[in-house]
Write a protein that binds this ligand. Structure first.
Ligand SMILES: C[S@@+](CC[C@H](N)C(=O)[O-])C[C@H]1O[C@@H](n2cnc3c(N)ncnc32)[C@H](O)[C@@H]1O
Length: 256
C-alpha cells in the first residue's frame, strides 16, 4: 500500500500560491476569491490599514466625493463588494446624508465583520453575487466599489449588472489598485507589493496566498484606459479616471 506523506507547510503554501496564480489569471477565480475573503475576514481590516499605511482611508474619502451623493442625499446607494462595510459606513456617516446604503458581498463572513460599523436601518449588509444583484432594474441612485471589481470573475458582466440596477444618470465610482506608470515608483511598488506585503499578510492573516493573490490580481487587471473602455462598453457614459498616489490606485467614474 503506497504511503502518502503528510502535507507540510511548504507544500501547502506552494499549492495555495498555485491556486492564487490561477485565480489571478481567471481560472477558478469565483471560488478562490469567495473562500479566501471568508477565511481572512477576521484580519482583513487590520491588514488593510496597516499594509496600505492608512493611505486607503484618504482614497476612500476621495472616491465617496466622486460619487456626488450630495445631489441625492436621501437616495439609495450600493456599496458593491462591500467586504467589511468600510465604504458604506463612511457614506452613511457623512454629514447631511439621509439615504440608505446596501452593502453587497458574496463572502458573508466579511459582511459579518462589518457588523456594528453603522445602524442596519441605514446600512444593510446583503449577501449577494455582483453578477446577480438582488435589486430591481434602474432602482439605485449611485454605486461605488472599492478594491472589489478586480476580484469579480467576469468584469464585463459585473459592470453590466451595476449599470442595470442604476437609475439613468446615476454615478458609478470604481476605486481600484493600479500599476504606477513611472519606472522608479514601479520599482519600489513592485518590491513592496510582491515581496513585503505577501510575507506580512501571510504572517498576520495566517492565509497561505491571499496577499500573494493581491499583487498578482493587480498585474492581471486592465490599465486605466482599458478599464474605462470596459465601462463604456457596459453602457456607462462620460467615463473619466484619475490616478492616485503616483498611480498606485485610480478612481474611475461613469454615468449610467
Ligand atoms: C478587497 S475586498 C474589498 C472590500 C471593501 N470594499 C473595502 O474597500 O475594503 C474585495 C471584496 O469583493 C468581494 N467580491 C469579490 N467578487 C465578488 C462577487 N462576484 N460578488 C460579491 N462580492 C465579491 C469579496 O468577497 C471581498 O469582500
Amino acid at each position: 500500500m503506497p504511503v502518502v506523506p503528510p502535507p507540510n507547510e511548504a507544500t501547502e503554501r506552494a499549492e495555495s500560491t498555485g491556486r492564487a496564480e490561477q485565480a489571478a489569471r481567471g481560472e477558478g477565480k469565483r471560488e478562490y476569491v469567495q473562500q479566501m475573503f471568508s477565511d481572512i475576514a477576521p484580519r482583513y481590516d487590520l491588514l488593510n490599514h496597516v499594509l496600505s499605511m492608512n493611505i486607503d482611508k484618504a482614497w476612500r474619502r476621495k472616491a465617496l466625493r466622486a460619487l456626488q451623493w450630495t445631489q441625492r442625499p436621501a437616495g439609495s446607494y450600493l456599496d458593491l463588494c462591500a467586504g467589511t462595510l468600510d465604504v458604506g459606513a463612511a457614506l452613511v456617516k457623512q454629514p447631511g446624508f439621509t439615504g440608505f446604503v446596501a452593502g453587497a458581498d458574496f463572502a458573508v463572513p466579511m459582511l459579518r465583520h462589518g457588523n456594528g460599523k453603522a445602524s442596519r436601518e441605514v446600512l444593510a449588509p446583503v449577501g449577494a453575487d455582483a453578477l446577480a444583484l438582488p435589486f430591481a432594474t434602474a432602482s439605485l441612485d449611485g454605486a461605488i466599489v472599492a478594491f472589489g471589481i478586480r476580484n469579480v470573475a467576469d468584469l464585463d458582466a459585473g459592470l453590466r449588472e451595476v449599470h442595470r440596477v442604476l437609475k439613468p444618470r446615476a454615478r458609478f465610482v470604481i476605486l481600484e489598485f493600479s500599476t504606477p506608470p513611472l519606472a522608479i515608483v514601479r520599482t519600489f511598488y513592485h518590491l513592496y507589493f510582491h515581496h513585503v506585503l505577501p510575507r506580512v499578510g501571510r504572517l498576520v492573516s495566517g492565509h497561505g496566498s491571499a496577499y500573494t493573490y493581491l499583487p498578482m490580481s493587480v498585474s492581471h487587471f486592465p490599465t486605466e484606459e482599458t478599464l474605462a473602455g470596459h465601462m463604456r462598453r457596459a453602457g456607462f457614459t462620460t467615463v473619466t479616471w484619475e490616478r492616485l498616489t503616483f498611480g498606485i490606485a485610480a478612481i474611475h467614474v461613469g454615468t449610467a
